[in-house]
Design a protein around this ligand. Structure first.
Ligand code: AMP
Length: 177
């Protein structure tokens, strides 16, 4: 991706101070979602940088990971698997509790969403502490899937979340703070 597009993306992400809690600088990506050309380039960038060309499944995390994950899955010709907040999925699930940059949460995945041996790319809007990504990795591993890479639109690199994904393929973020 060229530096002009990266600058455009950076300028379009909106910083919202003290949301959803005091002290959190929330990275609002909705202005990027609203711009077709920019979103399209962001998705291409998130795919290109991982070097992962073919996977069986793309896993996206509730809720903004659904947006990026689905678009990436569609371009890669892969299936999409949602990891949802506890209690939202209708079928048999496996779940995990984890801590967030601003609180704690429980997420679940359908038991039959990933078949043993399937290759998986993880996608989310933002990597902060890596707690959410680690929870996803746990669920992918439990189902017998193989995480081969992870791609994020934004990384808060000072929180060092990528350490939690070490040993599970390349970890890429389009924009780092
Ligand atoms: P973490 O588990 O700490 O890596 O947090 C990642 C998840 O929380 C992602 O799914 C993000 O959507 C959300 N998140 C955490 N921090 C922020 C932030 N500063 N701005 C926007 N979203 C955030």
């Amino acid at each position: 991706m060229n530096s002009q597009t990266l600058d455009h993306l950076r300028a379009t992400i909106r910083d919202v101070p003290n949301f959803p809690k005091p002290g959190i600088l929330f990275k609002d990506i909705t202005p990027v979602l609203g711009d077709h050309a920019l979103l399209s380039r962001a998705i291409d960038g998130m795919i290109d940088a991982t070097g992962v060309l073919k996977v069986d499944k793309v896993v996206g995390i509730d809720a903004r990971g659904f947006i990026f994950g689905s678009l990436i899955a569609s371009r890669l010709g892969a299936g999409f698997v949602p990891i949802r907040k506890k209690g939202k999925l209708p079928w048999k699930t496996r779940g995990v509790d984890y801590s967030l940059e601003y609180g704690s949460s429980s997420v679940e995945m359908h038991q039959d969403a990933i078949a043993p041996g399937e290759t998986v790319l993880l996608a989310d809007d933002l990597l902060a502490t890596g707690g959410t990504a680690a929870a996803a990795l746990h669920l992918i591993a439990q189902s017998g899937g193989k995480l081969v890479g992870s791609t994020f639109f934004i990384e808060l690199s000072f929180l060092n979340g990528r350490e939690k994904l070490r040993g599970h393929g390349p970890v890429h973020a389009l924009i780092s703070y």
